[in-house]
Design a protein around this ligand. Sequence first.
Ligand code: GLC
Length: 420
Amino acid sequence: MKIESMTSVAAILSVMATTGQADVVTYATGAAGNAIEVLEALVAPWEEETGHTVEIVTMPASSTDQFGQYRLWLAAENGDIDLYQTDVIWAPQLADHFVDLTDVASDLAPLHFPSIIESQTVNGKLVALPLMTDAPALYYRIDLLEAYGYDAPSTWEEMTAIAQEIQDAERAAGNDDLWGFVWQGNAYEGLTCNGLEFVSSFGGGQIIEPDGTISINNPNAVAAIELAASWVGAISPEGVLAYQEEDARGIWQAGNAVFMRNWPYAYGLGNDEGSAVKGLFDVAPLPTGGDHDTSAATLGGWNVAVSRYSDNQDVAISLARYLAGEEAQRARTLMASTLPTIVSLYDDAEIGETLPIIPRWKDVFLQAVPRPSAPTKGSYNEVSSLFWTAVHNTLSGQGSAAENLEILEADLTDLRGDSW
Ligand code: GLC
């Protein structure tokens, strides 16, 4: 059955009521934290109402690994996947492979933050519907900070000193596994996020500015990355060079870190039964650095796109609309402590009471720093990979930040050519 013009779940339902056809749609998504259980729970009411089934195709947690696989499938015009869960940075690169959702979401789009809808709009085409936004926090252990007489640090330099002091004193007292700070130092998209935060919070810009200027080779960026390099093997384990979000959360949730940089999804999980840090932590905006006084959180987030190569586009659109809608976003927020993209949910009493981070994080996300995916268009993945490589090399002692940022600037200039 092909439904030619579908504007709402109600339209699908009324056609189905007469034909009774049930379809299976496939949904590809990465899996960090409890994401898969949450998605299964979220789609259940939609499956029940429509009679359709969602088959979840589980991908690696790393955004970089997902992107690599999706790009291959889409280039091959693979029709096996109907819906893709997409990172906020991918829209310009993958736009041609996805269905334009502008018309089918015309009633839904105004409920979302305009900046997020804009981030998913490429040349007037709405490429994906927002599911959640993201902006990281500095997680800190209230009990440990109180015991040593500190509040949450407001600068990276303070954070470094407090982490070192508590780590040293706790280890001397027999708490051998404690580390000062865990974060994401693996060579992947997550390091681009961490690196951009360090650089930007030191006043070192956004790697490539919104007007396309390559700005990364500057003294503030050098100072930021040098400070991060000094953490490795000191307040952060050497293994941080291979950590992604879930590795950092593992150490943190076992009670083995004073501070962690992570996204809001770690908040709910950290307060679950069985977490060693349940009730012992809070979150603060990421610190500032050097003489700069503005904190910088990288803007993240996930969306859902419908493949142009799907044979089941109408059913896929119905699912995308449902997942991006208020009911599913509210449920996702409560189950996964993710930031909704629907404006009104920041005033929801139950969300505010059970997850105080959500209303508190509205301004953090509204001021978050975007990665340069819009100005670099189809080249963002290469740009990001050059940046995280320069940062990773510095963190692992292969060249100084000044040397690596000079090489990076030259490589970005070559890559730019005529492409942005
Ligand atoms: C989070 C963010 C996403 C980012 C990723 C990097 O999932 O939401 O935008 O690319 O982390 O690891």
